[in-house]
Design a protein around this ligand. Structure first.
Ligand code: ZN
Ligand code: ZN
Length: 384
């Protein structure tokens, strides 16, 4: 089979754009690997596609006509023809990999930043999206670490069409909108000159092929939403707002691309006794006036059972004592933070008569002039 692009397509040297497209469509239909029995179909399909790409590009066609087939191919290998799709595109997956700014020479990198690159048709491997979800744990759970079952609804590859979006026996037809390229090209005027912008074909959504039937399970999406239950290991010491990443548990990749990840943001609930500050915990301990005055051993709760704490004689309200290593475990490290205990002296508010008198005596003994408002017990006494 001749390599000459005109002969590959079976058109004359002065064929119009229309004739070239028509010829390509026929070849594509004949040799589309999805429909043809010809063992060389894929190779022939690629050649026809290549021929069409060159002959439909005015600049390249002119070069091709001037140079002839062999010299053109050599020039293309060197990148001298502007690079668009040169150097042997990878198999059938070639569509979408062509450089949309083929004739802009060295400007490509800059323009790819502006327009997000050449987009990649459906056959280019694409990584699945990362998915995000949240879960809440108690402070106790964050202290211990735990394994939690998490049910997520996420897209998965359609089991009935294996992600193709159409039944395996559906008839395939080259998309007439983009001639199987999966992309349409639009010329745009920018401050830096004329730029060709390539877009995914709307009709075939970049696939380059239209199918007679759509998969009824996924409606052609190639994906279905499924509930999955995953076991999440939550390590001891996890902080509020931290995310766990489960690799490959996100949306499925396409055309061999890897799956995305599942990101789980962990919320650690507030605790009614402890405030958390990083790996440290804070707790307020209520003590009586005499305990503070004389010193005492008091019980303090921790997330790992209660402990005894010594209170010195003369402890002031608001004083903070540190219980080393009684805080949260350090995430993925050894050791624990500390527990800071703030002492709060409770002022008695429901004294009995005996306490009342004792406290008055206490004040007087200290030379304190107190003008005690007639209290409850005085009132009772005086009423007799
Ligand atoms: Zn399906
Ligand atoms: Zn199309």
């Amino acid at each position: 089979m001749s390599e000459d692009f005109y002969e590959v397509l079976g058109v004359s040297r002065d064929a119009s754009e229309e004739e070239i497209q028509q010829a390509y469509r026929e070849k594509a239909r004949e040799y589309h690997p999805d429909v043809s029995d010809d063992p060389d179909a894929e190779e022939k399909f690629k050649k026809a596609k290549k021929a069409k790409e060159v002959l439909l590009d005015d600049e390249k066609r002119r070069m091709y006509d001037q140079m002839g087939h062999e010299r053109f191919e050599q020039a293309e290998k060197r990148g001298a023809t502007g690079g668009g799709g040169a150097g042997g595109m990878g198999g059938m997956g070639g569509r979408g990999q062509g450089n949309p700014f083929g004739d802009m020479g060295g400007m490509n990198d800059i323009f790819e930043q502006f327009f997000g690159g050449g987009g990649g048709g459906r056959d280019a491997p694409r990584q699945g999206q990362d998915l995000k979800t949240r879960l809440s744990v108690s402070l106790e759970e964050a202290y211990e670490g735990l394994t939690r079952n998490l049910t997520v609804t996420r897209p998965e590859t359609c089991p009935d069409c294996d992600g193709a979006g159409h039944p395996p026996d559906a008839d395939a037809e080259t998309c007439p909108e983009c001639n199987g390229q999966g992309q349409t090209t639009r010329v745009q005027q920018t401050p830096l000159g004329r730029v060709q912008q390539t877009q995914t074909c709307r009709r075939c959504e970049g696939e380059g092929t239209l199918y007679s039937e759509t998969c009824s399970t996924c409606g052609g999406e190639g994906k279905v939403r499924n509930e999955a239950t995953l076991q999440v290991d939550i390590p001891p010491g996890i902080q509020d707002g931290q995310s766990l990443r489960m690799e490959g548990e996100g949306a499925p990749g396409e055309s061999g691309g890897r799956n995305g990840d599942l990101l789980i943001e962990v919320r650690v609930e507030e605790h009614d006794q402890f405030d958390r500050d990083g790996d440290d915990l804070r707790f307020t301990k209520a003590v009586s006036f005499p305990q503070a005055v004389f010193g005492a051993t008091v019980e303090v709760p921790t997330l790992d059972g209660s402990v005894e704490m010594d209170l010195d004689a003369g402890t002031q309200s608001g004083e903070v004592l540190r219980l080393q290593g009684k805080g949260m475990p350090r995430l993925r490290r050894r050791g624990h933070g500390d527990l800071y205990v703030q002492v709060q002296i409770v002022t008695p508010s429901d004294l009995n008569e005996e306490q009342h008198e004792a406290l008055e005596a206490f004040a007087e003994a200290g030379g304190e002039e107190i003008d005690v408002e007639q209290g409850f017990f005085e009132k009772i006494k005086n009423s007799f």
